[in-house]
Design a protein. Structure first.
Lengths: 142, 344
């Protein structure tokens, strides 16, 4: 669940919304546990479910990607906290955010590819672009 | 110097490169200042995104756990999974979802199912082990029973053989004792007769047809029979003496009386001469291994003859030159062999 919560942060800026997404994902996982293929990582399956839930919500015009918590302080330079970092990455596309978060919580390139269901090369290119963009954001006001 | 693109430099920072590639990049970085700047930027973003790891250490909100628990109660998921491995997979799903939250976040129903499965598995394993051990014990017991039966059979046979052996030994011992007693009695009787009543010796000796009577008569007629000769004769009597075929006629006359009463019917030495010996030359030589021992003139008469252990024995009366008395001599020979003096 901690990994799911971290990944959810890459999809929705608000912490509560992220936890709601995690909650929905867990319920969906539990409901569909008989469909789970134990040969594959559970987190990858759960992340896929979470992505599907996000897409469904978008289609239902109930996007969970709401506004960033208004109480969070505005940061535009080097993030000293997780909140600072979250504000910065939400200026990046989702495909870059998700690989940045997953890399940030410790997954290797190959593991990220497995969980997001994309090739390792794609992970590297997305991560590179995300890192480049993050770098620009971090250093834009300096 | 080989150049490396930014993705490789990022991978270098993220420790995703192999050892060889990493060394190559380091050599490249040592020569390329621009690449070093790029790496510096990736290190900066690396430090930034590493903060996402803090999420892993955040406590899972109670409302999130409650949501899962509520779902658990509503879904009544205690029903046993239909697929064989569903239970384990189910537990894996639930357990993985609550990592970092604690087992309290997981459905107790799932835990109970898992625990039941584990206990059932352990019990089944124990039953299997015990069954295996029991089977092994049964085999051992059967083997032991077979061995015991074989041992008992062997013991019974041995006991029977021992009993038979003991019986045989007892019988042999008894027979030996009887034989020894009889022999001893016969010896004592012979000794007594020889010492006290020499003439009754033949009757007492029974089937031992040794010419005690002849010896006795020879003694009576003046011949001497040394005590050593007597002892030798008695010693020989310990073994049954062969029938003296040439002596049969000699004893024919008084066999019944001799064997039953022991009384002597012989009156004189001439009556005791064997039939075939009657008229025999008394000048027969006695040749020994040492040569002709006695000159013909020395042998006065042949007192008697008998067979003894396949040998022909004769009791001679002879005269010693320049001596005033005659002496007796017992000599035996087998087939054409030389005479062997047994006793003078």
């Amino acid at each position: 669940m901690p990994q799911l919560r971290a990944y959810a942060r890459s999809r929705v800026p608000n912490v509560d919304d992220a936890d709601d997404l995690v909650s929905k994902t867990c319920v969906r996982v539990l409901e569909r546990q008989q469909q789970y293929n134990s040969a594959k990582p559970l987190v990858a399956w759960a992340i896929q479910i979470m992505k599907n839930i996000s897409i469904d919500d978008y289609r239902k015009q109930k996007p969970m990607t709401g506004e960033i918590d208004p109480n969070l302080p505005d940061v535009s330079s080097n993030p000293s906290t997780l909140i600072d970092l979250s504000r910065l990455i939400y200026q990046l596309p989702l495909e870059q955010r998700e690989v940045l978060v997953l890399s940030g919580i410790g997954y290797r390139y190959k593991e990220i590819a497995e969980k997001v269901n994309i090739p390792t090369g794609t992970v590297m290119s997305r991560l590179k672009r995300g890192r480049d963009a993050l770098y620009e954001l971090m250093n834009s006001d300096e | 110097m080989k150049k490396f693109d930014d993705e490789i430099l990022m991978a270098y920072v993220d420790s995703e490169l192999g050892e060889e590639k990493r060394k190559e990049v380091e050599l490249f970085l040592a020569e390329d200042a621009e690449a070093r700047e790029t790496v510096k930027g990736y290190r900066q973003t690396r430090t930034a995104i590493d903060k996402f790891a803090d999420i892993l250490d955040e406590p899972v909100p109670d409302h999130l756990i409650d949501t899962i628990r509520q779902h658990d109660k509503q879904s009544n998921v205690v029903q046993l999974p239909e697929r064989k491995n569903t239970g384990l997979r189910w537990m894996a799903v639930a357990a993985t979802l609550v990592v970092g939250v604690g087992l309290g976040a997981i459905s107790m129903n799932y835990l109970e199912v898992k625990q039941s499965e584990n206990e059932a598995s352990i019990t089944a394993n124990k039953i299997a082990e015990l069954s295996k051990a029991l089977e092994a014990m049964k085999v051992d017991i059967e083997s032991a029973e077979k061995n015991t039966a074989t041992a008992e059979k062997s013991a019974a046979e041995a006991e029977m053989a021992l009993a038979i052996g003991k019986t045989k030994i007892d019988n042999m011992t008894k027979a030996l004792e009887i034989a020894q007693a009889a022999n001893k009695k016969a010896q004592e009787q012979v000794l007594a007769v020889i010492r006290k009543k020499p003439k009754e010796a033949l009757a007492v000796g029974g089937k031992n047809i040794f010419p005690f009577k002849l010896v006795a008569e020879a003694i009576d007629n003046g011949s001497k029979l040394s005590t050593d000769m007597q002892r030798n004769i008695l010693s020989e009597l310990n073994t049954p003496v062969a029938t003296a075929s040439s002596f049969s006629k000699l004893i024919k006359k008084s066999r019944e009386e001799d064997l039953t009463t022991g009384a002597s019917q012989y009156e004189s030495l001439s009556d005791l001469q064997p039939t075939e010996m009657k008229g025999a030359k008394t000048t027969e030589q006695i040749k020994t291994r040492e040569g002709t021992l006695y000159q013909p003139k020395m042998v006065k008469s042949i007192i008697g003859e008998f067979s003894f252990f396949s040998k022909t024995c004769r009791l001679f009366e002879y005269e010693i030159p320049h001596a005033t008395k005659t002496s007796t001599l017992l000599a035996c020979h087998s087939d054409a062999g030389l005479w062997e003096i047994i006793q003078r």
